[in-house]
Ligand binder design. Structure first.
Ligand SMILES: Nc1ncnc2c1ncn2[C@@H]1O[C@H](COP(=O)(O)OP(=O)(O)OP(=O)(O)O)[C@@H](O)[C@H]1O
Length: 303
């Protein structure tokens, strides 16, 4: 793959009758990113995701998955991706294991991969009870495992936190982060709950009324940290080589506040500082009450 982007969406338009549902929707997703797709009810999240899965055909626009044009080489492009749209389609009167084996047979999946997935979803002995007895979180895990059988490079999850309790959401976050580590994959998931997205995503794309809107600063800067460093002067050029100047705030002689686009930049920054012999004396996350900005984000953006 030449492109650094796993997914490129350009100028998608979709109308239903006279209603213009998607208006020039464009975005890109990089390698190993977990991207949250947010917007109020009816904003166009599912329609966009269905376009990416080829379940809805847009009137115009372009979608590339792993450099392959979805509309020119459909089978090939779709072979790189998997999706969980709405509730996972599972056979309720079969066990979880039977569900996995059945789909594996249909898709010609190796025994090794089946074992890997069974281990990954971690349902253990619960794999041998009927899916009808599963909780929402367990069904979600099983559905996710089945979606991953064919080793997709890109995973689409529509409202994956629906029906999950707070523990279920934390569990999902750990699972998705593990997934990013273990498999070379990028994830796009939708939600209209900003708080949930904040816990899961590296980056956020906002849609309102069929249009991608600029991610509000307060969200894009939700990964803000205050670092106390042993030698801030020495650290300065290192910090400025990794983070845009306008996202850096020198607070005192040894304290600096950095606002990061995604959490990965923090590990990059910390390892670079340590490598140059600068000690991190203290680190604190600057909290943002993301729920409280919801109205601010969408309140006045209906055109
Ligand atoms: N098949 C269809 N025919 C007509 N209108 C549709 C169809 N599918 C979706 N719509 C309309 O398109 C708009 C966007 O719907 P979509 O499901 O993409 O929104 P969403 O952001 O996913 O919302 P939610 O968060 O409620 O799931 C809505 O107004 C919806 O009524």
């Amino acid at each position: 793959m030449n492109n650094k982007y796993v997914v490129v969406v350009e100028n998608l338009n979709k109308t239903y009758g006279k209603r213009h549902i998607l208006k020039d929707v464009s975005f890109k997703i990089s390698h190993n990113e977990i991207v949250g797709f947010i917007g109020p009810n009816g904003a166009g999240k599912s329609t966009t995701m269905k376009c990416l899965c080829n379940l809805v055909i847009p009137d115009s626009g372009k979608i590339q998955i792993c450099d392959v044009d979805l509309f020119k080489e459909k089978e090939k492009a779709l072979s790189y991706q998997a999706s969980l749209i709405e509730t996972p389609g599972l056979y309720l009167d079969m066990t979880g294991r039977k569900n996995i084996h059945l789909i594996s047979k249909m898709r010609d999946i190796t025994k090794e991969r089946v074992k890997e997935i069974e281990d990954f979803i971690g349902l253990r002995d619960k794999l041998d009870i009927k899916v009808s007895q599963y909780s929402m979180g367990m069904k979600q895990r099983l559905g996710l495992g089945i979606a991953l059988l064919s080793k997709p490079k890109f995973l689409i999850l529509d409202e994956p936190t629906n029906g999950l309790d707070p523990n279920g959401i934390i569990d999902l976050r750990n699972t998705l982060q593990q997934l990013i580590k273990d498999e070379d994959i990028s994830i796009l998931f939708s939600s209209h709950q900003l708080g949930e997205v904040e816990k899961l995503a590296d980056r956020i794309i906002c849609i309102n009324n069929g249009k991608i809107i600029e991610t509000p600063e307060v969200i894009s800067e939700r990964f803000s940290y205050i670092l106390q460093l042993s030698d801030l002067e020495k650290a300065r050029p290192i910090i400025e080589s990794i983070i845009d100047k306008e996202k850096i705030q020198y607070i005192s002689l040894d304290n600096v506040k950095v606002s990061l686009e995604n959490q990965k930049l923090l590990s990059e920054l910390l390892s670079e500082l340590l490598e140059k012999g600068i000690l991190i004396l203290d680190i604190n996350k600057a909290e943002i009450d993301i729920e409280s900005v919801y109205q601010q984000v969408y309140g006045d953006k209906n055109d």
